[in-house]
Design a protein around this ligand. Structure first.
Ligand code: AMP
Ligand code: GLY
Length: 428
């Protein structure tokens, strides 16, 4: 029997999920935008905001969904998994309570402490911006200041890195947020590990490194992620097997303390001189990281989802031994003053061997338009990260005018800088 799957979300991550499911399932999708890549793979798409739990349930019932996959954190926070489960439709994605591990950074750190999850930096929580600002003004070490709620990856400021302590104090005081976490600044190299979690089982996927900063050389403001790479094995060139195992042990400790968690658990780690520490957890696939991971996943994604639904042990995962490089093309001015609403032309033929994922664009009668977020991703693959990078770079001719990307993501020079950084930290 063919499974009918409802996919919630219309970004690059969800296009990657759709591509991984399209051959095996009858696919329906809903999102606030019309993503042309998803539309092509789905039997039907509906324009429903990702947070509209009731409308999503109605749509899932109308199309006869056997299960649902939730892409964006906004849907998790709005309780879409809870609402679907209440209606008897299995949702792969945690309930709102468990998604707090991402959606409430105060909860995230307090949970790590109370459950003794290793890798937690020192932190303080505040329910008042002035108190948080006073604390930042008084501490004698670098800190990361974080609004407790969701900010699309753009709310954090790190002193001694992006901003001075005085700028961080002003930022907190002038913000509209009340609830803050102020934590010890972690120094090192960041990496992501995403794991499928259900029925107490955890299946980790290869490590990926994202690039948050807007411009080449890790300059400029934080973004949702400008591009990412993975290697031919589960590790990255700057880390050891032991670092990878340690990070997975941290994810395992989360699941042990939250045995009902179902969905993707995403760990963002800092590889410090003392090993991996937790920058944050997310309750979903990463974007762009899903575009690295899902194209090399050889195990059918549908098998993972149906095992999760049916209470079975999750299948062991197999991955092609292929390096991947994802580069995001974004509207000019992104993220501070993005040029949304512009019509773009995409020459899919010129993507060559790379895979093109449409992201936050909107397809209307007469063309494809940008939104204020990332527009499209190209993913190159190869026997080395450098070969994958070359394929992704060549493919960006497909991006067309009005879009910009980070040319350095995945280049040999930048990867070497990461290796040198960790070597220096470890005093080798
Ligand atoms: P988050 O929204 O928590 O992922 O934070 C966004 C970015 O801020 C991360 O990817 C890191 O680059 C940086 N960041 C967050 N927390 C810390 C920390 N404790 N130390 C250093 N950098 C951090
Ligand atoms: N790439 C960062 C995120 O998905 O949150």
């Amino acid at each position: 029997m063919t499974e009918t799957v409802l996919l919630i979300g219309g970004g690059g991550r969800e296009h990657a999920v759709a591509r991984a499911l399209a051959d095996d399932a009858e696919l329906y999708a809903c999102a606030s935008n019309r993503n042309p890549g998803i539309a092509r793979l789905a039997a039907e798409t509906a324009e429903i905001p990702e947070e509209s739990a009731d409308e999503i349930v109605d749509y899932a019932e109308r199309v006869g969904a056997d299960l649902a996959v939730i892409g964006p954190e906004s849907a998790l926070a709005a309780g879409v998994a809870d609402a679907l489960d209440d209606a008897g439709i299995y949702a792969f994605g945690p309930h709102a309570e468990q998604a707090r591990i991402e959606t409430d950074k105060q909860f995230q750190r307090e949970f790590m402490t109370s459950a003794s999850v290793p890798g937690c930096p020192g932190f303080e929580t505040f329910d008042d911006a002035d108190a948080a600002a006073d604390y930042v003004a008084a501490v004698d070490h670098d800190v990361a200041v974080k609004p407790a709620g969701l900010t699309g990856g753009k709310g954090v400021r790190v002193t001694g890195d992006q901003v001075t302590a005085a700028e961080a104090v002003d930022y907190v005081r002038q913000s509209d947020y009340d609830e803050w976490v102020v934590e010890e600044r972690l120094v090192g190299e960041e990496f992501t590990i995403q794991a499928f979690v259900a029925n107490g089982a955890l299946r980790a996927t290869p490590a990926v490194q994202d690039h948050k900063r807007a411009y080449e050389g890790d300059e400029g403001p934080n973004t949702g992620g400008m591009g990412s790479y993975s290697d031919t094995t589960r590790t990255l060139p700057f880390m050891t097997e032991k670092d990878y195992d340690r990070a997975v042990e941290i994810l395992r400790a989360v699941v042990d303390a939250m045995p009902d968690y179902e969905g993707v658990l995403y760990g963002q780690f800092m590889l410090t001189a003392d090993g991996p520490k937790v920058v944050e957890f997310n309750a979903r696939f990463g974007d762009p990281e899903a575009t690295n991971t899902l194209p090399t996943l050889e195990t059918p994604l549908l098998d993972v989802l149906t095992a999760a639904r049916d209470g079975d042990s999750l299948p062991e995962l197999s991955f092609a031994p292929t390096a991947t490089v994802c580069k995001y093309a974004v509207p000019e001015g992104y993220p501070t003053d993005p040029d949304g609403g512009s019509r773009i032309t995409v020459d899919e033929e010129s993507a060559g061997g790379a895979t093109l994922f449409y992201a936050s664009v909107d397809e209307r009668d007469n063309g494809i338009y940008t939104t204020t977020s990332r527009s499209l991703a190209v993913v190159g693959t190869g026997e080395t990260i450098a070969a994958a990078e070359a394929e992704a770079s060549n493919a960006l001719a497909a991006a067309g005018d009005g879009l910009r990307y980070r040319s350095d993501v995945g280049t040999a020079a930048l990867v070497q800088r990461r290796i040198d950084h960790v070597t220096e930290l470890r005093g080798e």
